[in-house]
Every structure is written in structure tokens, then in C-alpha cells.
Design a binder for this molecule. Structure first.
Ligand code: RET
Length: 272
């Protein structure tokens, strides 16, 4: 039960590309954590949980990526004779990511519902449904990826089952976003529509990464897969989180929220 990563040797360029992608992911998430922490004061209490959830996602994803980059470094060693990186004692696995999504995806979905101003029983019901669909998608995908080396048809069958959950989840997300947009202040409506398309783009990269063993089982395929994962991570969590916080700030301002300190207070004042 290994991932295809452990089957190949890597040129120095391929090995380093993946090492650098993973480290970049760590840096992006921890940098964004500081930003979300500092900007939460500009978000009205009504929407502030959305920004707090971004902080949780940054810590959770940043930590898992730190682990992935350490694992990559111990799973391969440089062989000076052949001039390539070869599998070493540790086994690289993408499975940690899937388990991490069990935590991060519910947070991402809930912060969306909060900035859509879905409240009370509706919030509880919609969040529960979305989280159950997400967990169904992740668990079936996790099982499938265990077969990616030994049995490609099993990989694809579990992938197809997982996709059914994925489509159901996207359907609900799309309907809720486009139903809420007409009632949002104009400054928030346009970024909200963009959030939907960002999600469609970023979230689809994950099933493409899952399918790599089927389409391109090689060291190049592995580089492509890790690149897909990194672009997907930064888009679906960091950029998404920035847009969610931006929407939350716009909604707060439109509802008359006055932060204890204005962003402009940070700028030098005329005459001082
Ligand atoms: C799997 C299995 C193959 C089919 C599908 C999948 C979808 C994965 C998705 C993951 C999203 C992850 C996010 C993580 C944030 O931290 C499980 C790869 C459809 C959509 C947003």
C-alpha cells in the first residue's frame, strides 16, 4: 500500500522542485496565518468566525505540509554514483493530506456559510450536510489512493464514488452562493461570485492529482502531482481565505461596523 512516489528515482532537478514546492506551501500558510490574525479586528463579530476559521486552516495545513516536506527529505537519498535521488528507509505518502482534509474542508465550508450570512438552524443543517458529503468524498478517496500502485481499476472506481460526493457538495455550494449574492452589498457580491469559480478551479486540481497514477505513472507525473497539490493548497486555503476575509470586511463596513482602529490609522496623518 504505497504511493507511486516511492517507485521512482528522481533527478536533482525533480527532487528539488518537489522539495521547494512543499516548503513554499509551508511558508505561504504560516505567513497568511499572521495576516488573518492581524486583520480579524477589522471584521465585525458577526463574521469574525470566518477569519478565525482561516487561522485554524493555516495552522492545520501548514503543519501537515511541514511534515510532508520533512518526509520527502527522509524518503529519498542522493546516490553520488548514479547522480539521482533513490528511495530510502521512510516511505513517502500522500495519505496524510487526505486525513488533514477531514479537518480543513469542514472549516472552509463553514467559513463560506458564515460570510453568506447563513445563520441558526439553516447554518447547522447546511453545514452538517456539506461536511458529511465532504467526509464521504475524502474517505472513499483515501481508500482509493491506497490502490494506486497495485490496482488502477480499484483506484478509478473509488475515485468515481468520491466524485459523486464531490458533485453533490459543489451543487449545494453553488446554489447557496448564487442565491445569496443578490442580497449582498455590491462590494461583496462580485468577490463572492469569484470565490465560487476559485473553488471550482482549485478543488478540481485534487481529483486530477489523484488520477496521476492512471495518466502518467512516472517521476515527471509525481512532479506534476505535487505541483497540482501546491497550487490547489495555496488557492483553496490561502487565496480563498483572503477573499473570504475581504468579503467579511466589506459586509462589516456596509453594516456600519466601526473597528476600534481604522486601517487608515496606520498611515501617517497629514500634519503630524
Ligand atoms: C479525491 C478523490 C478522487 C475524487 C475526488 C477527490 C476530491 C478531493 C478534493 C479535495 C479538496 C481538498 C481541499 C483541501 C483543503 O484543505 C478525494 C482526491 C473528487 C475536492 C479543499
Amino acid at each position: 500500500m504505497v504511493n507511486i512516489e516511492s517507485l521512482f528515482t528522481y533527478t536533482v532537478g525533480q527532487y528539488e522542485a518537489i522539495d521547494h514546492l512543499l516548503s513554499m506551501g509551508v511558508g505561504a500558510h504560516f505567513a497568511a496565518l499572521v495576516f488573518f490574525f492581524l486583520t480579524s479586528r477589522f471584521v465585525a463579530p458577526r463574521y469574525r468566525t470566518a477569519t478565525a476559521l482561516s487561522c485554524i486552516v493555516m495552522v492545520s495545513a501548514g503543519t501537515i505540509l511541514y511534515g510532508q516536506s520533512g518526509l520527502w527529505e527522509t524518503a529519498f537519498t542522493y546516490n553520488p554514483v548514479s547522480g539521482v535521488y533513490e528511495p530510502a528507509q521512510a516511505t513517502f505518502s500522500n495519505g496524510f493530506r487526505y486525513v488533514n482534509w477531514m479537518v480543513t474542508i469542514p472549516c472552509l465550508l463553514t467559513q463560506l456559510l458564515i460570510v453568506l450570512n447563513i445563520r441558526g438552524a439553516d447554518l447547522f443543517r447546511t453545514a452538517t450536510l456539506l461536511i458529511l458529503l465532504a467526509w464521504g468524498m475524502i474517505i472513499t478517496g483515501y481508500i482509493g489512493q491506497l490502490y494506486e500502485v497495485d490496482d488502477l481499476s480499484t483506484l478509478m472506481i473509488w475515485g468515481a464514488i468520491s466524485t459523486v460526493f464531490f458533485i453533490g457538495m459543489n451543487w449545494i455550494v453553488g446554489t447557496r452562493i448564487f442565491r445569496a449574492v443578490p442580497d449582498m452589498p455590491v462590494t461583496a457580491a462580485s468577490p463572492m461570485r469569484k470565490v465560487f469559480w476559485l473553488m471550482m478551479f482549485a478543488w478540481t486540481l485534487y481529483p486530477l492529482a489523484y488520477g496521476i497514477p492512471y495518466f502518467e505513472a512516472s517521476a515527471t507525473g509525481v512532479v506534476i502531482r505535487q505541483a497540482f497539490f501546491t497550487v490547489a493548497d495555496v488557492s483553496s486555503k490561502v487565496i480563498y481565505g483572503l477573499m473570504i476575509t475581504y468579503i467579511a470586511i466589506q459586509r462589516s463596513a456596509a453594516e456600519g461596523f466601526e473597528p476600534a482602529m481604522q486601517v487608515t490609522d496606520l498611515l501617517p496623518q497629514r500634519g503630524t
